[in-house]
Design a protein around this ligand. Structure first.
Ligand code: FAD
Length: 471
């Protein structure tokens, strides 16, 4: 454990950090031991649940000199309450495993389009977006080992793994999301009542009709149709003059898509579908409209994987196709590299157009393509997802990284800061938006919960002195 070695490359080809090795924890007590030992030895730990944080650093720590604390063997589903619809799970529980446990029950899971074997906990702690809602809406409470080794529960999760609801007093659950104040050893997860019907809407528009597609998306996002899941504008490909060999073969820059699930009673879904159809049919540039009954969509339908997600069933096929790998275990060594840039953008016609223009300018300047998506997370706001695939030769990799850095700078200047980051930029997210925000006192929480800076140095909160790890 004393010598440092270079970490394996990650899918985003971030700078390779030196790590001190990997520790595997199998229980909360193991995590407490690891934290106390690291404190005594003056070293730092970088916790990962399953380490599939693809495009943002995978399992690589933010700073050099950390020991990776791998929680993949913490695989207990501690509580599965099918009367009330919640689970308490450990970090090694994958979305596949929890989804399978829910088969045939009145509950289902909000799954992402990421790897089926990725941890539910890891993605939620990064504020991932599921198919039906933002993962933050699934998060009910946490069990956390603080940097002092103390154990804490939040959000009404009690020491016996029960969750009666949100109890009196401050709820610090969100303080442990996108931070380095503790190692999460269990998470209370709210399940989704399995509805009678689930329909997936998929509408495509011509590229010149981008503005009318945005208007349609905004109207759907604000219509409050019963049972509307997370709608998104997606498959908006920004391709520079020089082209992009890394884009998936199926990429069609001439069209873009609005997609989202409707869940509820048959009558409720029918009514919502009619409402969505009215909006979409009235928009200019509509190329195709489909309302798929997800229970009967055949496996050879191009949207089959999406219908699985809408039913709470994770699936890796389209992801592997994009990364050009046969197995997700090969992702970090894929021929195509992949990075994410994730700013928060208000749901507003002119602002969305502006954000697309800003990104397009940078994409052209850096000769690198991007795949844009806007996830409507509220009637006011979108999580913009920019996926940047690149060939992994030195020149393409350099251009992709330059594009992400330039886009971040331009979006910050325009007032659209990231809502989710990566190992290269996480240490600067709070400082770089400091001109407009007053979140400096967060460092005080770090001093309180992790005074010696044992946990994940540089992950969003920098703390007082950055004694451990180095950038
Ligand atoms: C093609 C493609 C599609 C994708 N689709 C989606 C999508 O639809 N939605 C989406 O949200 N993401 C998506 N992703 C991104 C990514 O793959 C996911 O976010 C992934 O689920 C996270 O991996 P993980 O669960 O193994 O987390 P990890 O890698 O284990 O952790 C993620 C982060 O949280 C921290 N962390 C993890 N566990 C703990 C803990 N127990 N205590 C404290 N800190 C912890 C880690 O330090 C790390 O910084 C996609 C990526 C690709 C390449």
């Amino acid at each position: 454990m004393e010598t440092e070695a270079l970490a394996d490359p990650d899918l985003g080809d971030h700078r390779r950090r030196h790590v001190r090795g990997t520790l595997f924890a199998g229980s909360t007590a193991d995590v407490q031991d690891a934290v106390r030992t690291a404190d005594r030895h003056g070293t730092a730990l970088y916790p990962v649940s399953t380490g599939r944080n693809w495009g943002m650093g995978s399992r690589t720590p933010v700073t050099d000199g950390c020991t990776v604390l791998d929680l993949r063997h913490m695989t207990r589903i501690r509580t599965l309450d099918l009367d009330r619809g919640y689970a308490v799970i450990e970090p090694g529980v994958s979305q596949r495993e929890l989804a399978q446990r829910l088969e045939g029950t009145p509950w289902m899971l909000n799954v992402t389009a990421g790897c089926a074997d990725a941890s539910f906990v890891g993605n939620t702690l990064e504020r991932g977006d599921g198919t039906i809602r933002a993962r933050s809406q699934d998060l009910l409470g946490l069990e956390v080992v603080l940097g002092t080794g103390e154990l804490m529960t939040t959000g009404g999760l009690d020491r016996h793994g029960r969750l009666p609801g949100s109890v009196a007093g401050p709820d610090l659950t969100r303080a442990f999301v996108q931070s380095n104040l503790g190692v999460v050893t269990a998470m209370g997860v709210g399940l989704i009542p399995r509805p009678e019907a689930i329909t997936l809407i998929n509408a495509t528009f011509t590229r010149p009709a981008l503005g009318s597609a945005i208007d349609a998306l905004t109207r759907i996002g604000r219509a409050a149709f019963a049972g509307t899941g997370l709608f998104r504008l997606k498959e908006l490909f920004i391709v520079p003059e020089s082209g992009s060999p890394a884009l998936p073969e199926t990429a069609d820059p001439e069209v873009l898509t609005i997609q989202g699930p409707l869940l509820g009673s048959r009558a409720g879904v029918k009514a919502a579908e009619e409402g969505v159809r009215d909006i979409v049919a009235g928009a200019d540039g509509l190329v195709s409209y489909r309302a798929l009954d997800t229970a009967t969509t055949p496996a050879d339908d191009p949207l089959y994987a999406r219908t699985l997600f809408a039913r709470g069933i994770p699936d890796c096929r389209s992801l592997r196709q994009g990364l050009r790998v046969n197995s997700c275990d090969q992702a970090d060594r894929a021929a195509v590299g992949w990075m994410m840039f994730l700013p928060v953008v208000p749901l507003d016609h002119d602002i969305l157009i502006r954000s697309i223009d800003i990104f397009s300018t940078e994409a052209e300047r850096h000769g690198t393509a991007g795949m844009l998506e806007f996830n409507v997370t509220s009637p006011h706001s979108t999580n913009m997802v920019v996926q940047i695939p690149f060939m992994r030769d030195p020149d393409s990799t350099h251009r992709a990284h330059s594009l992400r850095a330039a886009a971040r700078k331009a979006f910050l200047a325009a007032g659209f800061p990231p809502y989710r980051s990566n190992i290269d930029q996480a240490p600067d997210e709070i400082a770089d938006r400091a001109f407009g925000y007053l979140d400096g006192p967060l460092d005080g929480l770090k001093r309180l919960f992790d005074p010696a800076g044992v946990i994940a140095p540089g992950r969003y909160i920098n703390g007082a002195d950055g004694r451990r790890g180095s950038k």
